[in-house]
Design a protein around this ligand. Structure first.
Ligand code: HEC
Length: 181
């Protein structure tokens, strides 16, 4: 009799566990790539809030905040790094017509759009570090000081396509006006 009671007890416990299991399966939950009612943008997968630093990366990230002084050497370094790492897609002019794009890579936006002219330096640093849409991260290939150099050079590229003639130094203005004649 006691044996039977034990078997029945064990069976009851099993049923109870099974019932619990059922309820856990049926609980409300969001599926990774699905929609979420919890967040305003309706996405389950949320980007880390701005300023989030990965574990163990604090010292490395700290160097990101240190803008190097502007110099011809910084621009030259930026040009060299840009031509190596960015121009294959963005083109050496930054208009987004690079060779890889001509071979089928999605088109990046031109750096000469009003939006990217007005975008702060930090936006470019972020894109280099974390990637953007179809563009992957360059964090492993472009160290923080080179990111600043590249951003300085992108600013120079933007200026090269969008400058008031009156703002040019006299000798450059003469050359330009001479070329127009
Ligand atoms: C393999 C091609 C490729 C390379 C190399 C590349 N990018 Fe991009 N980049 C893209 C594409 C494609 C986009 C557009 C992505 C999208 O909108 O989904 C983009 C977008 C951008 C944007 C625009 C973000 C915005 O606000 O619209 C910036 C800035 C940028 N890239 C900077 C860089 C810099 C700096 C480098 C070099 C360190 C670089 N990219 C290298 C393909 C590339």
């Amino acid at each position: 009799m006691t044996g039977r009671a034990a078997v029945l007890g064990a069976l009851g416990a099993l049923l109870l566990i099974a019932a619990c299991d059922q309820r856990m399966i049926k609980q409300d939950k969001d599926i990774v790539w699905g929609e979420s009612k919890l967040f305003e943008d309706g996405k389950v997968v949320q980007a880390p809030p701005p300023g989030t630093v990965a574990r163990g990366e604090l010292a490395y990230e700290a160097t990101l905040g240190e803008r190097p002084a502007m110099s011809a050497a910084l621009l030259a370094r930026g040009q060299e790094r840009f031509d190596i790492f960015c121009s294959p897609c963005h083109s050496r002019l930054g208009d987004g017509e690079g060779m890889i794009v001509q071979r089928g890579m999605p088109h990046p936006p031109s750096f000469h759009s009003q939006r990217l002219r007005e975008a702060p330096d930090e936006h470019f640093l972020q894109v280099i570090a974390n990637g953007y849409g179809a563009m992957y991260s360059y964090a492993s290939r472009v160290p923080p000081t080179d990111r600043w150099a590249i951003v300085a050079y992108i600013r120079a590229l933007q200026l090269s396509q969008n400058v008031e003639v009156a703002a040019l130094p006299a000798d450059a203005r003469e050359r330009l006006e001479g070329a127009g004649r």
